[in-house]
Design a protein around this ligand. Structure first.
Ligand code: ARG
Length: 469
């Protein structure tokens, strides 16, 4: 806040001074100001204005010379804003649109005052935000793509590696580590599709909607939409200036992706505990303790897990802002940006860090194989083998349950039970058990579509590579 007395801010400095006699309360002025965050959209605001000048030319509001002059100045301003970022960082205008109009005035004088004809900051900000999002969502997509590629590489490296699979956090059946990696690829692949869907739905140009009722000048909105790279103009001015569905959808995409990342984080934090010791994290993504010299903590994954909450906060904040909001534009909508910017920054950062974790994680091959080979994770397979020998599954389940009890009592694996017990419980199978219950056999059997078999994982890796291009 720079102003020191309520009268020190002249109403004439704003874009709307005429109607006002008194100045702004300085505390409110700062409270009202969105420039500190909406300046991120300055390039989009300038691009939108360049197209709007063209549209006003087409509508006969501006002469061809005026259009040229404005566009030249706006283009120069784009360069200035890129080269001298401190200029806008230090400015005290109300918002990015006011900043641009003032700077334009300094370049072309009173001609700058014509540019806002038939336009409102309401359709302007809606347009700027969509243009900004188009680029940002492209970056989000690239970050998804990067992590997906890393997961597929990991799946290929670990397509054969047996690890214990869990349900209820109890060891359940052997799986391949590659299958586990591709489970997360599936989740993130859906996130990416949701994102593409949002981008497609967002693809309509707000500019030309005016404050809320449409513009009274004969602007060719189709040509304007095309000039700004949109497929079409929006169809209803009231909806257009108050629609933030694309922000909500993006926040949901980020939120769900973060849920997925937090689950990956939790899975690996667990597998990396001293109790499990099945994976190790690279030094590059772990930190130590200031007190306990032996510690190596999975901070990268913990931060990813933690940021999930913050990003969900942004989704719910926007939903509450939108609830009950009367048509059309209300200043409440200025609250849409900070959460969106932060959610995108953080989600992209998490995807990048997750990628580094995926690229550098190390499975302890020996411990994984041992863990997957012990503890009766092949009990289901023993029952399946009995079924193949003609035993109804429920009877097989019962008999294998008895066998597990015997094995626990003897402190051995199912395939190591004494021949007499095997002869009694599973006479149909005795003999080939050791071979048929070996972990690689157990894995290879699950070659069904969606199964964990190494061959299936390799086929899925191939399909993913094709999908990722
Ligand atoms: N800073 C505003 C926002 O972000 C721009 C639109 C302001 N419109 C208005 N009529 N005050 O929503």
């Amino acid at each position: 806040m720079t102003a020191s007395s309520p009268k020190s801010s002249k109403a004439g400095q704003q874009l709307w001074g005429g109607r006002f006699e008194g100045g702004l309360d300085p505390f409110f002025e700062a409270f009202n100001r969105s420039l500190p965050f909406d300046r991120r959209m300055v390039d989009e605001d300038l691009v939108g204005s360049i197209a709007w000048a063209e549209a006003l030319g087409g509508a006969g509001v501006l002469s061809a010379t005026e259009v040229k002059k404005l566009q030249k100045a706006l283009t120069a301003l784009r360069k200035t804003c890129r080269d001298e970022p401190q200029r806008i960082a230090e400015a005290t205008d109300e918002d990015v649109h006011s900043f641009v109009e003032r700077e334009l005035g300094a370049l072309v004088g009173s001609l700058a005052k014509k540019l806002h004809t038939g336009r409102s900051r309401n359709d302007q900000v809606a347009t700027d935000l969509k243009l900004w999002m188009r680029t940002a969502l492209g970056e989000l997509d690239a970050a998804f793509h990067g992590l997906l590629g890393a997961l597929v590489d990991l799946a290929e490296r670990t397509a054969d590696l047996p690890v214990p699979g869990y349900t209820h956090l109890q060891r359940a059946q052997p799986i391949t580590a590659g299958h586990h990696a591709l489970a997360y690829a599936e989740m993130l692949g859906r996130d990416r599709e949701r994102l593409a869907d949002c981008v497609r739905r967002m693809d309509a140009c707000p500019l030309g909607s005016g404050a809320m009722a449409g513009t009274a000048f004969g602007v060719d909105r189709r040509a304007l939409a095309k000039a700004l790279g949109f497929r079409q103009p929006t169809r209803n001015s009231l909806d257009t200036v108050s629609d933030r569905d694309h922000v909500a959808e993006t926040l949901f995409v980020c939120s769900l992706a973060m849920v997925h990342l937090s689950r990956l984080a939790e899975d690996w934090i667990f597998l990396g505990t001293h109790e499990a010791r099945l994976v190790r994290f690279a030094d590059a993504v772990a930190t130590g303790s200031s007190l306990m010299p032996q510690k190596k903590n999975p901070d990268a994954l913990e931060l990813i897990r933690g940021k999930c909450g913050r990003i969900h906060g942004h989704l719910h904040a926007l939903m509450m802002t939108m609830k009950g909001l009367p048509l059309a534009y209300d200043k409440d909508l200025q609250e849409d940006k900070e959460g969106l910017f932060d959610a995108l920054d953080q989600t992209i950062a998490c995807l990048k860090v997750a990628r580094t974790v995926v690229e550098t994680i190390e499975y302890d091959q020996e411990r994984c194989r041992t863990a997957a080979s012990q503890g009766y994770l092949n009990a289901t397979d023993l029952a399946d083998l009995l079924v193949q020998a003609g035993v109804p599954f429920r009877d097989a389940h019962e008999r294998v349950g008895l066998a597990v009890r015997q094995a626990i009592a003897q402190g051995c694996e199912l395939e190591d039970l004494p021949p007499a017990i095997l002869q009694e419980l599973v006479p149909e199978l005795a003999g080939s058990l050791r071979r048929d219950l070996a972990v690689d056999k157990v894995l290879a059997r699950r070659k069904v579509v969606g199964g964990t078999a190494p061959a299936r994982v390799r086929a899925e890796v191939k399909a993913w590579r094709k999908r990722l291009g």
